[in-house]
Design a protein around this ligand. Structure first.
Ligand SMILES: [Zn+2]
Length: 461
């Protein structure tokens, strides 16, 4: 039913686009964007690239920045104003690279090898950037009638320095980006055995939190081992929290996600998702996920990963202090003081202190999830169904994105994304990996998805 409605509401202009030539043009843009190294800031280069593209189309845009090297770009295609604007975003920075590890193609090559385009950011997030940019271009070229303004933003600093990007835009340029709904990164389509299997729309995300474990003991001579050794106490505490299974809790998004996943998974896998809801079987299946499927396991509760460990300075000296830095990803509704108290009980060692820390200026607000019953959500569902012919699930992302700041301002944000092979992430081809890659076919389909989603949400009815 929804599919049919979506088809009926796709405006006529959509049919008149010559997709073969648009795809060729779009691919060039994606490759060009990947070839711009924005892994260490310098997002201004990306903003200037987009500005050039928009200038050539007669789309007015402005470059705004807190730091001249780390600029953002805002553009607007006007609608008739009967509905509030739709914001579409792709971030312009990427994570850093270790160039020696890129064996198949260079990190800023944008090279096509086999079926894939390689390069840093080709998924995260230049895939959304090029598709949102092309969608904006096509809205202008077709002169499509819109019920709402479509605001395009490419923002800097998403990967850990959002003060230059979304934080700055929300604080200093709110009037220019204020919208009812927003589309950005973090969802996507899972391809299994060469076929699209299901799509995911990100409606909420976990919240990065920090803490340190600080163990203190008595210093002494390394030839006389002591049971009070700070490193010994720290190691035991790290083991305990790393193996701890914090209380499981579902929200609307994750409950629906696992219920739907059970309906579309092979029998054995489906049973595991159902077992999560069975108190008698849940603990065993959680242990299975902890070992075999860390991403599913992380969706079930607030998670803890010990990622830095420090202690000692000379091999014959017993140190009096040792510390471990934890990466905590909290469920959106987690009560952190209570959570830290639980951690202290799990560690159960007076020599080890749990010290909450800030995340170095990258703290994001904790907004409520976006609705999975809104009109925008259903229009997005229909767009995925139309382009990929697959079931669509709401997703709680375990990482964090710039949507947090927008959701905190009341914008209904939905994370979409390109189609990637299920096994690519584990094999080291996913976002942030040393061989980030995107199926060429997926780039074209992703543009179709953006186009269908934006025209169905913003197009005049
Ligand atoms: Zn990203």
């Amino acid at each position: 039913m929804r599919c049919l409605l979506a088809l009926l509401t796709v405006p006529l202009a959509a049919q008149s686009i010559d997709w073969t030539s648009v795809n060729a043009e779009a691919l060039r843009h994606l490759q060009d964007l990947v070839r711009i190294d924005s892994s260490t800031g310098h997002e201004t280069r990306v903003a200037e690239y987009v500005k050039k593209v928009f200038d050539a189309e007669g789309i007015p845009s402005t470059i705004v920045s807190r730091d001249a090297e780390r600029a953002n770009l805002i553009a607007r295609i006007k609608g008739n104003g009967s509905k509030k604007p739709l914001l579409i975003m792709g971030h312009s920075d990427t994570v850093k690279v270790d160039p020696d590890k890129w064996k198949i193609a260079g990190p800023f090559s944008g090279a096509i090898v086999g079926d894939y385009i390689y390069g840093r950011g080709v998924i995260d997030d230049k895939s959304d950037l090029f598709a949102a940019m092309m969608t904006t271009v096509l809205l202008k070229r077709t002169g499509m009638k819109l019920d709402r303004d479509v605001i395009f933003v490419t923002e800097a600093g998403e990967e850990g320095s959002s003060g230059f990007g979304i934080g700055y835009l929300v604080n200093d340029h709110w009037n220019e980006i204020e919208a009812e709904a927003c589309l950005a990164e973090a969802g996507g389509v899972v391809r299994r055995n060469g076929k699209a299997a299901f799509a995911r729309i990100e409606t909420t995300e976990k919240v990065p939190r920090g803490a340190k474990l600080v163990a203190t003991g008595i210093s002494g001579h390394g030839s006389r081992p002591m049971r009070t050794n700070a490193i010994l106490h720290l190691s035991e505490a790290v083991t305990k929290v790393a193996l701890w299974d914090p209380p499981m809790r579902f929200n609307d998004t994750t409950r629906t996600y696992f219920e739907k996943l059970a309906q579309i998974s092979p029998p054995e896998q489906a049973q595991r998702f159902r077992d999560l809801f069975d108190p008698a079987k849940s603990a065993a299946v959680r242990e299975y996920f902890a070992v075999h499927d860390p991403s599913t396991y992380s969706m079930l509760h607030t998670s803890i990963s010990p990622n830095i460990i420090q202690g000692g300075f000379q091999s014959n000296v017993i140190p009096s202090e040792a510390t471990a830095t934890l990466d905590i990803r909290a469920l959106p509704d987690e009560n952190m003081p209570q959570f830290f108290d639980m951690m202290r009980k799990v560690i159960n060692d007076p020599a080890v202190e749990v010290v909450p820390t800030s995340r170095g200026g990258s703290e994001r607000p904790i907004p409520p999830p976006s609705s999975i019953t809104s009109e925008t959500y259903h229009q997005l569902e229909a767009a995925f169904e139309k382009v990929y012919h697959v079931p669509v699930l709401p997703l709680m992302q375990t990482g964090a994105t710039d949507m947090a700041q927008l959701r905190a301002r009341g914008v209904q944000c939905y994370g979409i994304g390109a189609m990637t092979d299920e096994e690519d992430g584990p094999k080291g081809f996913g976002p942030h990996s040393d061989q980030e890659r995107l199926l060429e076919e997926s780039a074209y389909k992703h543009l179709q998805l953006w186009w269908n989603a934006v025209t169905s949400i913003a197009g005049a009815k």
